[in-house]
Design a protein around this ligand. Sequence first.
Ligand code: AMP
Length: 436
Amino acid sequence: MIKAIKGTKDIYAPEIFEWQEFENVIISVFENFNYDEIRTPIFEETSLFARGIGEGTDIVGKEMYTFTDKGGTSLTLKPEMTASVMRAVLEHSLHKVRPLNKFYYISPMFRQERPQAGRLRQFHQFGAEAIGSDDPYLDAEMIIIPYVILVNLGLSNFKVKINTLGSPNERKEYKLVLRNYLQPKLNELSPESRRRFETNILRIFDSKDKHDIEIMKDAPKISDYVSDEDSKHIEQVCSILDSFQIEYEIDGKLVRGLDYYTKTTFEITSNSVGAQSALVGGGRYNLLSTQLGGPEIPAVGFAAGMERILLALSNEKIKIADKKKIDAYVIVAEKQFRQIAYVLSLMLRMSDVITETDYVGKSVKAQMREANKLNAEYTLIVGQETKEGNVILKNMENGNQKVFSLDDIEELINEIILGEYNPDELEELPPDEYIN
Ligand code: AMP
């Protein structure tokens, strides 16, 4: 048997209902904040990510799904969205059309990592990119949006961590200070951190090695080396969060791995998901546009891992999707009336009545059982009575049955849509002329 690739997942009922509800929550929050959706291709030229994310990062260095197509071009399955969204903005000159482009996305991403709980090779992120402004209100908004989404989903066991990475000049200076601090301790660092010392020194802060953590505790903090202007920027971000009563922690060790970050960086972590605790990550990336050959365009964004958020929900025993329910199940009680039953189902479906019927020749009893399993509000029995042109409508909650003529399907549909009603009462409603 051929199986799905390790680190990928099929998502189907009932789990898919959780995903769909999750997506509804995401979309409705983004609509309230007036962000437009953007969809970019699943693959891009490898150089986009190499230049955008940076050669020294884990993503580019070891995690990308890269292949050469038949034309000899090196392509990569997208490991994140930011570089793709910036490419799209520059390619279509969207920054010239509107000074600020606010986009959101929901998309699969691909990284060749060692699969474990909360870490997949094809996973899904939702996120946003606000491209065209250096306004600290947008930095705060990139924290507020995922925060509101997590709260709307019912989660509470999470923490916001913030830091500032300053601007390139100060960061260069800080990296030297960090180098000087670590040089005499180099032999004590783990092999991975020794490698990072050469390639991406800030990432040593992300090491999970106990001894590395001990050493980094006393390391100089980047926030002490940023300019006054950048300090003011992060202070403003914090003050905006304060006014919305979002609790956060300033974490001087939060550096995040990507080259394009400047100023604000943040993470939202959960205590409910084990080792892979980061649910959301993001920050400002004022350098990315120029790194991709564009003009200077300030921008800020975030990305949230959907599998990890669903894992947090499941570990906190929070169900976001209701049990599946349908409106009507059309039971084929006499095989000769199958086509009538099917046409009846179609008419109901065309009237927005969620309808199921039998396709596998089940007995009447088994169809009843199926209707119960699907929590059908009504069953329609197409059998004996159909010889006289009638069907039976059964209310599954109270067991009441009513006979309807197939000549008056509208009345039948009204009963299903409106529930049991007295037609005489309806006749007492004012005539149309009165309403007009
Ligand atoms: P990053 O782009 O690495 O900052 O990731 C942003 C978010 O995506 C993380 O906080 C995770 O929630 C999620 N994420 C990243 N990598 C994976 C992965 N391999 N599997 C599942 N979720 C991931």
